[in-house]
Structure formats: structure tokens, C-alpha cells
Design a protein around this ligand. Structure first.
Ligand code: SF4
Ligand code: SF4
Length: 462
């Protein structure tokens, strides 16, 4: 790969495009160091969780499911339907605020440590490549020469493994959408019965394969909208992977100590970088905060007997002031807001009811005076059982003397994930009616459990 004076050209061109406008294939050296080790351990947890979670169930519901097609979502075993749109709205606002505040404080740490793209790319696919084709330098040399039969064979095995893994990832993603049971049904039954599911599988397998085999860092530097937003989300107080230019400059290739900086200009931080940038040029849109350059530079600093953390997690302002990372009031304040948002969402989820209903007076109906001394209004209730199970159901009035008389086809059981309707009279003793319009609470019970409370507007012709 062609190297240029990165301090001059980095602003004028994309890090993975060369002067001729062609792709500069990145041969990133495998980092060695504490942070890479932590990322490796985290990736084990992540990969086990990613492939294992679709099989975990609570009360027959998957732990998580995101059925965008039918607008149904399951979080920690609780089903959320389109009726929960208020919670969704609030949840989305909280989520967006969370992303903004989190990025403002902690920069792009999500990209380097949690994003599935980085985890699978750096911890799975690239490791397979190192295993089959050797380290970065060996790969570069082999690709520049005429390919040998052995190299063809190794590359073929690599691409077969990439395709197989992409197929596994795509199946797992699909199981987060339609559930693992439905996925197994699709696998067992003829393709013709599940053409949509089959096409989705083929499409996503192909997409993941292209992403991990060819697009790679371009997903982070060009495609990902979160990556594109960094320019507006970060400021000089955001914590990012940063080069301590105060300590490092002027660069000192001869490794002497005569007034020069600590950077020995070895270029290791660039060679390990999966997006091919030179972090010494400052914070850049392409930096995914993977911390590979921190490990690489720490290794070099150890070798030349200088203090570590020439590249580290720090804000630009902290580096300019010569400070190490510290919990400033700003970080504490924003973290507090983040905590409050999380609690708010938690409260919304915990206080959410299993039954949801709307009660409306039947249009065109006027009040009725009954022989038993009551006045009645006629209502239609639409009720959804948001759980996965069939549950007993009845309506109860909480007001003394006010009764409910269900008519027509009445409901005793609500089927899981189903919307049902019935009609009923609300009967109020005539002598208790004081206003023309009044609200009466109606409790939706399942056995002895209060599942939800709704009000019915009662109109009397006084
Ligand atoms: S500059 Fe460092 S942290 Fe940023 S992507 Fe490159 S190696 Fe990772
Ligand atoms: S790895 Fe450290 S010492 Fe080497 S060029 Fe990068 S910043 Fe300088």
C-alpha cells in the first residue's frame, strides 16, 4: 500500500482511496496489548450472546424480538404491540437523546467495542484471514505477487468460511425478527411456502458476505449514519482516542532525548489502524475508537523506555491542558441525565399493562331509563391481550351501585396477542347521576388480578 505524508494529505482525501481514486486495501496489523485482549474477551461474550439469545425464552416469549413487519417487539419477554405507540414514541426520544449525550461524553466508544460490524470484522472475519493468509505484511506481499495455487486454495477456503458465517449471522438476525421457532419452520418446510423468508435469507447472507469480505471499513467510514454524525456530536471535551501532541511533538525518529517529543515516528499506530488513518493528525471522522493504536503505541513506548499513553482516551481540551482523564462535572452531569432517562424508560416498561383497551359509547345511542331505577349508556370495548397466553377476562366497576351488563357475544377469555371486542351497558342508579357528563372507572380483571383501568364517559340527559 502506498504511503504518503499523512499530515498533509489527510484532509483532502479519503483514507482508503489512493491518488488514482482506487481502493487502498487496508492490511491492518493485528494489535497486541491489554485493550485488544479486553476486546477479545468482550467479543466472546458478545458472540455467545448474539447467537444464544434467540433461544432464550421467558413465559414462552423470546427474550428479544423485533418484528418490524408486524410492528411487534419483545423486550425481556414482554410483548409490545402498536397499541404501545406512546411508549415507543417516548422510548425513541429517550434512545435518540441517549445516543447524543453518550457520544458527546464518550465519543465513538460504541463503534470500537460494541458495534456488531466492528466485533465481527475485527474479532471474527479478520482473525480467520490472519489464520489462513498470515499477518498483514504477508498478505500484502502475497497479493502483490502472482498468486500461487496455495494462495488460491487458502483464499477459496476463506471465502467459503466467510459465506458460511454470513449465512449463520443472517439466520440469527432473522430469528431476532421472526423468532427462532418460525425460523426452524421455514427451514423444515418447502421453500415455496416461505418464499419471502427464503429471499430475505439469501439477500442478507449476500449482504453480510459483501460487507465483511469486501466493504469492511467503508461501512464505518462512509455508509454508517452514526459515523457520519460524529462531526456534529463531538466537541473538544468529548473523550476520544487521541494522540498527545503536546508530549509527542516534535517527532523524534532517532529516539534521542534532546528536547524532542516522545513520538518516535515508527508508524505502528497507522499500521494497526483498520481504517488506515494517522491519529496523530487529530480526531477524524474515520476513527472508530477501536483503541488498536493505543495498544500499538504503548508497545513502542515500552520498547524505547518512555511512559505509556502517548495515544490514549482523552478529550482534546484535557490534552491541551496536560491532564489525564478525569470525571469532570460535565461528564458527571451528562451521565446523571443519561441515568434519569434510563430510569424513565424502565418505569414506563415496568408500569405497562398486559391488557390494553379503548372504551367508547356506541354512536347514535342515547341514555336509557330502566325499570330498576337505573340509567344506562351503551359502550363498545376493544381490548388487546398483549401477552403470549390466553387469559381469563372480566369487567368490574369500582363505583358503588354502578353495574356492568354485558350483552351479545361476551368474552370470558382473551386470546394471546389478539384484539377482541364486546358490548356492555353501564348502569348507574338514577339518584346518583348529578352531572350531564361524568367519568366512571372500569377495571379489566384477569382472575383476581387488576390488569388495567379505563374510564367510560357517561352521558345523562338531565
Ligand atoms: S485511529 Fe486508532 S482508534 Fe481510531 S480507528 Fe485507527 S486504530 Fe482505531
Ligand atoms: S505508535 Fe506511537 S510512537 Fe509510533 S508513530 Fe504512532 S504515536 Fe508515534
Amino acid at each position: 500500500m502506498e504511503r504518503e505524508d499523512s499530515s498533509v494529505v489527510f484532509r483532502n482525501r479519503h483514507s482508503t482511496v489512493n491518488k488514482e481514486g482506487k481502493r487502498n486495501w487496508v492490511y491492518a496489523l493485528q494489535p497486541k496489548g491489554k485493550l485488544y485482549q479486553y476486546r477479545t474477551w468482550l467479543s466472546y461474550v458478545y458472540i455467545v450472546a448474539f447467537f444464544g439469545m434467540p433461544f432464550l425464552k421467558i413465559d414462552g416469549n423470546p427474550l428479544f424480538q423485533f418484528n418490524l413487519l408486524e410492528g411487534e417487539f419483545i423486550f425481556f419477554g414482554s410483548l409490545f404491540t402498536p397499541q404501545d405507540f406512546v411508549m415507543f414514541g417516548v422510548g425513541m426520544i429517550i434512545f435518540i437523546l441517549f445516543i447524543i449525550i453518550f457520544t458527546l461524553i464518550y465519543g465513538r466508544v460504541f463503534c470500537g467495542w460494541v458495534c456488531p460490524q466492528t466485533i465481527f470484522m475485527e474479532m471474527v472475519f479478520r482473525k480467520i484471514e490472519y489464520w489462513l493468509e498470515g499477518d498483514a505484511n504477508k498478505q500484502r506481499l502475497a497479493n502483490q505477487k502472482k498468486w500461487t495455487t496455495e494462495l488460491y486454495l487458502r483464499k477459496t477456503i476463506k471465502h467459503i468460511l466467510f459465506l458460511a458465517l454470513s449465512f449463520a449471522i443472517s439466520n440469527t438476525f432473522l430469528s431476532y425478527v421472526i423468532g427462532v421457532d418460525q425460523l426452524f419452520t421455514i427451514m423444515r418446510e418447502p421453500v415455496s411456502q416461505h418464499l419471502g423468508g427464503f429471499i430475505a435469507l439469501v439477500f442478507f447472507t449476500g449482504a453480510f458476505y459483501v460487507v465483511y469480505a469486501f466493504m469492511r471499513e467503508i461501512v464505518c467510514t462512509v455508509v454508517c449514519p452514526y459515523g457520519r454524525l460524529q462531526g456534529v456530536l463531538l466537541d473538544k471535551n468529548s473523550i476520544v482516542v487521541a494522540y498527545n501532541n503536546v508530549r509527542g511533538e516534535p517527532r523524534n525518529k532517532k529516539k534521542t532525548t534532546d528536547g524532542a517529543g516522545d513520538c518516535i515516528d515508527c508508524g505502528m499506530c497507522v499500521q494497526v489502524c483498520p481504517t488506515n488513518i494517522d491519529i496523530r493528525n487529530g480526531t477524524q471522522l474515520e476513527c472508530i475508537n477501536c483503541t488498536a493504536c493505543i495498544d500499538a503505541c504503548n508497545m513502542m513506548m515500552e520498547k524505547v523506555g518512555r511512559p505509556k499513553d502517548l495515544i490514549m482516551y482523552a478529550s482534546e481540551n484535557a490534552i491541551a491542558a496536560g491532564e489525564k482523564f478525569k470525571w469532570t462535572y460535565r461528564i458527571k452531569g451528562y451521565s446523571f441525565v443519561l441515568g434519569v432517562l434510563m430510569v424513565l424508560l424502565g418505569v414506563l416498561v415496568v408500569t405497562r399493562t398486559t391488557f390494553d383497551a379503548t372504551i367508547l359509547r356506541v354512536p347514535g345511542q342515547v341514555m336509557q331509563e330502566n325499570a330498576d331505577g337505573t340509567i344506562s349508556n351503551l359502550y363498545r370495548i376493544k381490548v388487546t391481550n398483549k401477552s403470549n397466553k390466553d387469559l381469563p377476562y372480566r369487567l368490574v366497576s369500582t363505583h358503588p351501585g354502578v353495574t356492568i351488563e354485558r350483552i351479545g357475544q361476551t368474552l370470558d377469555t382473551l386470546r394471546g396477542r389478539q384484539l377482541a371486542e364486546e358490548t356492555f351497558f353501564l348502569k348507574v342508579p338514577a339518584n346518583a347521576v348529578k352531572k350531564r357528563k361524568e367519568k366512571y372507572e372500569i377495571v379489566l380483571m384477569s382472575g383476581e388480578k387488576n390488569m388495567a383501568e379505563k374510564s367510560a364517559v357517561f352521558i345523562a340527559d338531565l
